[in-house]
Design a protein around this ligand. Structure first.
Ligand SMILES: C[S@@+](CC[C@H](N)C(=O)[O-])C[C@H]1O[C@@H](n2cnc3c(N)ncnc32)[C@H](O)[C@@H]1O
Length: 260
């Protein structure tokens, strides 16, 4: 198998914010740009619980999809003013071809005034931030741009891929019968980022998840969240109320409201 420029397993956990920036640049943003079309082909089915959340908004509400990818939620409700933003130009180009309203932005610094949106969705994005501070910064940014009483749904990938003996779709679709001793935990030292074996349980919270495109493999950095981790970050914010937290097929999801 060829290795793409994004594949090297010698990456380490970031110690400083500039390390974190470099890691995400190499193992998140560069990767999404390189895999944009194939990634988009695999992401066409909106998750029902996200659609259900979008259904709660009155017509003509302003809703921002942060890290919108190929924009698969941007036409779920044609009577909302839905706008998307993302760090990947490649994915935004796909949104523009579909005539969606999108702009280039990092989710930790969104060029939008405070109190602008009635609602926000941020689906499977914050697990790509590589420090607690950066994950918190992204959550603060969601709250800043929402109006008081606005509601947000945030979902992140869960470390737990089996709950009450029910396996997530991600591990149910396992193609290899690999034991956990053959995967990431045994091959990386504490500070090194392990390469996760796709469609197996996560051994570590921080890892590089391979994306295979023809003969090249791209490694995406992910921080998989343990139960309550997302809510514990949100609880550091004084002006929100958590309305609902749940697990949706291998993802931790929280709906919250801006209170002030
Ligand atoms: C797993 S995809 C999810 C895409 C979309 N939300 C969905 O549900 O299909 C992660 C997305 O997050 C975007 N992303 C990652 N880091 C980001 C950042 N710092 N700021 C904005 N978007 C980011 C990626 O470009 C990618 O589109």
């Amino acid at each position: 198998m060829n290795q793409s420029s994004s594949e090297h397993s010698s990456s380490t956990l970031p110690k400083t914010d500039s390390d974190a920036y470099r890691l995400e640049q190499e193992h998140v943003h560069k990767v999404y740009n390189e895999i944009a079309h194939k990634f988009s082909d695999s992401r066409y089915k909106p998750w029902p619980q996200v659609v259900e959340f979008l259904q709660t908004f009155p017509g003509a509400s302003y809703v921002l999809d942060i890290g919108c990818g190929n924009g698969k939620y941007l036409n779920v409700r044609k009577d909302l003013l839905m706008i998307g933003c993302d760090r990947s130009e490649g994915l935004l180009e796909i949104c523009r071809e579909r005539h969606y309203q999108v702009f280039l932005s990092d989710c930790m610094a969104i060029p939008v005034p405070e109190n602008t949106f009635d609602g926000v969705i941020c689906i499977a994005v914050i697990h790509h931030m590589s420090t607690d501070n950066r994950r918190l910064k992204a959550l603060k940014e969601i709250v800043r741009i929402m109006k008081v009483n606005g509601q947000a749904l945030v979902t992140v990938w869960a470390k737990e891929q089996e709950i009450n003996e029910k396996k997530s779709t991600y591990i149910r679709k396992s193609v290899k019968s690999m034991t956990s001793s053959e995967n990431e935990s045994s091959i990386a030292t504490d500070n090194e980022l392990a390469v996760h074996t796709p469609r197996t349980k996560f051994q570590r919270s921080d890892c590089l998840v391979p994306w295979i495109k023809l003969t090249a493999t791209y490694l995406r950095y992910c921080h998989v969240f343990v139960q309550n981790e997302l809510d514990n970050l949100l609880k550091q914010l004084s002006n929100i109320e958590i309305l609902k937290s749940y697990n949706d097929d291998g993802n931790w999801c929280t709906i919250f409201r801006k209170t002030a």
